[in-house]
Design a binder for this molecule. Sequence first.
Ligand SMILES: Nc1ncnc2c1ncn2[C@@H]1O[C@H](COP(=O)(O)OP(=O)(O)OP(=O)(O)O)[C@@H](O)[C@H]1O
Ligand SMILES: [Mg+2]
Length: 477
Amino acid sequence: MNFGILVVDDDEEILGAIEKIVQSEERRVFTAQTLNEANLTFDEESVDLVISDLVLPDGSGIDLLKKVKKINDDIPFVLVTGNSTVDTAVEALKSGATDYITKPFRAVELKTLVENILNKVKIIKENESLKEEILRLKGYEQVVGKSKAMQEILKIIEKVKDIDATVLITGESGTGKEVIARLLHQRSKRNKNPFVAINCGAIPDALIEDELFGHVKGAFTDAVAPRVGAFEKADGGILFLDEIGTLRMDLQVKLLRVIQSREFAPIGSTNVRKVDVRIMAATNSNLQEMVREGKFREDLYYRLNIIHIQIPPLRERREDILPLLRFAMEKISLRLGTKPKDFSRSALEAMLNYDYRGNVRELENIVERSLALSEEDKITLNDLPEEVKQKKEENLSDESKGKGAILSYVENNGLDAYLQRIEKKVITEALLKCNYRKSKAALLLKIQRTTLVERMKRLNIPLRKDNCEDDSETETN
Ligand SMILES: Nc1ncnc2c1ncn2[C@@H]1O[C@H](COP(=O)(O)OP(=O)(O)OP(=O)(O)O)[C@@H](O)[C@H]1O
Ligand SMILES: [Mg+2]
């Protein structure tokens, strides 16, 4: 790791001496003899540590210290003082210097001091690059969406990111509704302002109004201090109303009014406040049905539903499973501080065939659990939960998968591949039912025995029962 050190002293000899003491391969040392020169260098160069004399011809080291602190409070600053009075030392530390050293000093003294300080800087810098890495992982290019459906959603986001229309995001639990809302915020012009998320389903009924609109002091018995509500917090940014379907009817009315007028009054106040907030809402319930049943206001529904983003369940966009597995592995291993692992072939197959009723969240949980359990350098079938293991021999004709899944499979792999999968599944089932007696199975399938054998060969179905046992743990990759 490279460091920049700025050394300031008007005495050329001392300046040279300090430079020599702190010099090393991974450090760049800049020198200055006046306050002015020091200021210019600080503005130009990347400086991680300043060592400055207290008395300079055109000012004081404290002036430089103040400027440095103002620009970046994290940059350590060592003051070099001429005499060892307690006063100057105290003054130096009070002004925010990291440390001070009094002239004359021994080389080793300064060397140790600088060493200690830079070690700390190094940790801070490393932490920052880790944080950046995590941010990158959280960032745009990392919202996984290879499938056609997700690509469509990403396109919609680009189209609507900077208009102020409300957005309604629907999808089963764990499909990524919040991720999509945050992505839209990130991509929008409002990204410098807050993204405030309120989970209407998680806040008790009695508190939700307070949470949304805040209150003034004395609004009710317990209101000893004013409280800023979500609408005000989100001013200039985006307010994300999660689980909107659980919002009480009377608050639905109030919300509608705020959306229409862009103004609201905190509880206990008659002073209306104007806010510039873009509303996004999410739900995993069927709002349209709730409207029909009279449980959700129709007018609010239409207000929220101006732009509708519907995220399909993961099992209907299976192309996303593999990239999501990789992404989850990377993200979770980084969080746990462990090395990411590959999946064995059979484990991968099981993961790709699984239904994920809990969608991406369930996928992440499985990855985390299997990473914790796995003892080998790969995640094997045995590390996976029972219900995933059982899905290894899954087939796509299963009714529960729905038409969307089949079409999306065909779009990716072609009709022939899909038909083959079904053919293989049906023949295998027939064989099992007939205890692998081919003549009987052929009869059941209403085809010739020879045709059956031909097809079994073509489809790689073992000709004998003993070979057809699950060979789950034979790894090929
Ligand atoms: N497309 C995606 N790319 C990367 N990560 C995703 C994606 N979709 C979801 N996730 C991850 O899955 C988890 C669940 O996502 P999120 O909380 O957005 O789902 P949700 O639809 O809001 O769920 P719920 O209805 O339970 O609130 C999060 O950890 C999120 O990071
Ligand atoms: Mg959510």
